[in-house]
Design a protein around this ligand. Structure first.
Ligand code: SF4
Length: 295
């Protein structure tokens, strides 16, 4: 069995930066609070918790004068205002690419556009983007969400950084005949598009794809969807322990990719487990049979 890992898999620039800032902050302060999990990867969040990074849901949950991290997904302006009013020190790990979307949304809102944020309604990144657009924005998940929307004559679209380009294209196509002026800012980040393109190419070349990353990680879920589109059987796992050797029974070539919040050790553990199965397919597929033979 041939195992190959997508070249650009795992931690992106924004996640690496957020983790570095968290490590530095926990080295300098006894307790650092984080507004929501720093990244959508439980293993990384647990490790950081041991260093003193405590997750809170809201800035109201921290004491006056505390140290608070804003994660890579960003936060709305209210969080910064509340922090300032309560002498809370902010360590801002908002990814610069997310910051760019927030600014774009605000600029469009200031120019009088109705702003549509293409993203997941329950994800912190688009929700913060809406707040930056002074509340003059709405989150839509795709073309279907705008079918029954009353639209103004001037509409601007920005996208959550981890969106799929084809979804952005479909939304723009659905809106174009309905509005007088449509502005589209392709704010999908380069790390996302590169990972998506490389993962799709890999999926088209193998018999089975394994996508590694948090089940709540938007960009990892999207990678899994993209690999599935290729028609290649695809499994989204968080850890190597989830691999079922039966998946590999018919696979000569297996590809591995990982979301932007997946640590290198998780990818290495998956590669190691796959190799173990490749080296001993009988033992992994029929462990009881092998144990009996050993006797
Ligand atoms: S996926 Fe892109 S926008 Fe999100 S943290 Fe990584 S580099 Fe930043």
């Amino acid at each position: 069995m041939e195992i190959s890992i997508v070249q650009e898999a795992g931690f992106c620039f924004g996640v690496r930066r957020a983790i570095r800032l968290a490590r530095e902050a926990t080295g300098e302060h006894d307790v650092v609070y984080c507004l929501g999990p720093l990244i959508h990867n439980r293993q990384v969040v647990d490790k950081l918790a041991h260093l003193g990074l405590e997750v809170v849901a809201d800035i109201a949950d921290v004491p006056d004068g505390a140290v608070v991290m804003i994660r890579a997904h960003g936060a709305g302006p209210q969080a910064y205002e509340q922090a300032q009013a309560r002498d809370v020190l902010i360590i801002d790990a908002t990814c610069p690419f997310v910051d760019r979307v927030q600014q774009k949304a605000r600029q469009f809102a200031d120019l009088g556009y109705e702003v549509l944020v293409l993203g997941e309604a329950d994800h912190p990144e688009p929700r913060a983007i809406v707040e930056h657009a002074r509340g003059q924005a709405a989150i839509v998940e795709g073309p279907r969400d705008v079918e029954s929307l009353e639209l103004s004559s001037q509409v601007a679209i920005v996208a959550q950084t981890t969106q799929r380009l084809d979804n952005l294209q479909a939304l723009a196509a659905a809106l174009l005949p309905r509005v007088r002026e449509l502005v589209v800012a392709n704010t999908i980040c380069e790390a996302t598009s590169t990972r998506q393109e490389m993962s799709l190419a890999k999926a088209e070349d193998v018999d089975l794809m394994i996508v590694v990353g948090g089940h709540h990680s938007a960009n990892t879920c999207r990678l899994a969807q993209i690999c599935q589109v290729s028609g290649t059987p695809t499994y989204h796992i968080e850890t190597a322990q989830e691999i079922d050797p039966q998946w590999l029974a018919e696979a000569a070539k297996v590809g591995v990719t990982a979301g932007a919040s997946t640590p290198p050790e998780a990818i290495a553990a998956v590669a190691e487990r796959l190799q173990e199965i490749a080296d001993n397919p009988e033992g992994c597929l029929h462990p009881h049979k092998e144990r009996n033979n050993d006797r």
